[in-house]
Design a binder for this molecule. Structure first.
Ligand code: BGC
Length: 455
């Protein structure tokens, strides 16, 4: 480079060359950064996973909590202020600095949840966010750009950290199932479909974050009790493809999917399969399965991963399964299959998932911690993860005024009799819950008690 500068004949040429040379340096640095952090197929393989000290302290302060307080959990960037830290909680740089310390020089995964789309949580109220339906520019410039800028700082980008970014939980599935005149549709989801801001926001996030050499994007794909029906399965794959190719992104910016985030669907149902029948009637006809193609998350995640490959994603994409709260152990866990008198007796007698209805999602009574976080546990699965931190509420069970944009969703009220999205059943929620994301000791205790595998 200095040789080229010396060769320059005129000041103008020199500065032009200097600029060119500097550009060369900059891209060489970026390139060597990329080379240093070349993306691996599965970021969890051979890596530690960062333990969030904020969550860990809350868990450890609970009776019995030290049994799990050293587990890695997701860090939710759920509002602009979370980037710098809110209410005593660590911000993104503080987490990354701490992760560098924990890594001790070994590859270490940091799990981020990117969660602040305009018009967020369009089918429910408990996790409504700070940005209105049209605030896509604010999402880009005040949320995604600052996150990308921090992750691009060379001390992080050129480190042994592997940043897993799970992108916008529930958003794209909501556009498939809760729009367009369906009984489950909501006006808010219709708005977000019509204005395109979920698709644009996800595309922008994937493109910006995926350009960083050590960032691995996982797009949210709901769970089997949502996307496992034929009507929803391929359309969800299609809209994920649409988002992954929006705003300059390409399918190569996607490392995989995450399923069951903050949900309760069982990992592996051993007491019946979708191919079973009773007296000639398929279990798909039971009230619980209701024509779904899947009865658990593992089979759904593997099949949906393949569906994305079929629609054009790279064949090496992976899947994460959130197993934080899908254990369903404890005294209510069936010890074997139900009686083969009819399909409902058979399925209801055997199923691990003890929810009243599979559409219930808020602070479920009877739930337990699921499989502990684990890398590469099954074919196509990059990891079991605890993306939803156990002990953090899904939503308040009564109205609580707040400055987080969060509404009151009656699905978190144990006296609620339901809506079309849970087949008009009781909500199954625990009472006295605080706002979503806030610490809910009673739920934490319930999860410990019903853990499966047991603690
Ligand atoms: C809430 C977030 C919270 C997250 C993790 C979501 O339901 O809306 O604010 O950070 O759960 O607990």
């Amino acid at each position: 480079m200095s040789r080229r500068i010396r060769m320059a004949g005129t000041l103008l040429a020199a500065s032009a060359l200097t600029m060119g040379a500097l550009t060369g340096v900059a891209s060489a640095q970026v390139d060597s950064g990329r080379a240093a952090a070349a993306k691996v197929d599965n970021p969890y393989s051979g890596a530690k996973v960062y333990v969030n000290p904020d969550w860990s302290a809350k868990a450890a302060a609970e009776p019995g909590g030290s049994k799990i307080s050293n587990q890695p959990t997701g860090i939710w960037l759920d509002r602009i202020a979370a980037i710098n830290g809110t209410g005593g909680a660590m911000g993104l740089r503080a987490h990354l600095d701490e992760a560098l310390k924990q890594s001790g020089g070994s590859p270490t995964v940091v799990q981020l949840v990117v969660y602040d789309l305009p018009g967020r949580d369009c089918s429910a109220l408990a996790s409504n966010g700070e940005l209105g339906p049209t605030e896509i520019d604010k999402y880009k410039t005040q949320f995604i750009d600052p996150i990308a800028a921090i992750l691009s700082e060379s001390k992080y980008a050129n480190s042994n950290l592997r940043i897993v970014t799970t992108i916008e939980i529930d958003s794209l599935p909501n556009l498939v199932t809760n729009t367009g005149g369906k009984p489950t549709a909501t006006p808010q989801c219709d708005t977000m479909k019509a204005n395109g801001n979920y698709v644009k926001g996800v595309g922008y996030a994937l493109n910006k974050l995926g350009a960083i050499g050590n960032v691995y994007n996982y797009v949210d794909a709901g769970h089997h009790g949502w996307i496992g029906w034929d009507d929803n399965f391929n359309p969800t794959a299609q809209i994920i493809k649409q988002a992954a190719t929006a705003e300059g992104s390409t399918v190569d910016k996607v490392a995989g999917i995450i399923v069951n985030t903050a949900n309760y669907s069982a990992l592996k149902e051993n007491n019946f399969t979708v191919n079973d029948s009773v007296n000639g009637t398929t279990v798909r006809q039971s009230k619980w399965v209701d024509w779904n193609r899947y009865v658990d998350e593992l089979s759904f995640a593997q099949a949906f991963r393949q569906e994305l490959v079929n629609v054009g994603f790279p064949s090496n994409i992976g899947a994460l399964i959130d197993t934080s709260r899908n254990g369903w152990g404890g005294s209510a866990r069936p010890s074997g299959p139900g009686a083969k008198t009819d399909v409902d007796t058979y399925v209801n007698g055997g199923r691990y998932d003890r929810r009243i209805h599979i559409g219930n999602w808020c602070n479920q009574s009877g739930a337990g911690l699921g499989e502990r976080p684990k890398a590469a546990p099954a074919s196509g699965i990059d990891a079991y993860v605890w993306m939803k931190p156990p002990g953090e509420s899904d939503g308040a069970s009564s109205e609580i005024p707040n400055d987080e944009g969060k509404g009151f969703d009656r699905m978190c009220d144990p006296t609620y009799t339901g809506n079309p999205r849970n087949g008009n059943n009781m909500s199954g929620a625990l009472p006295n819950a605080p706002l979503s994301g806030h610490w809910f000791s009673a739920q934490f205790q319930e999860l410990l008690k019903n853990a499966y595998p047991a603690l």
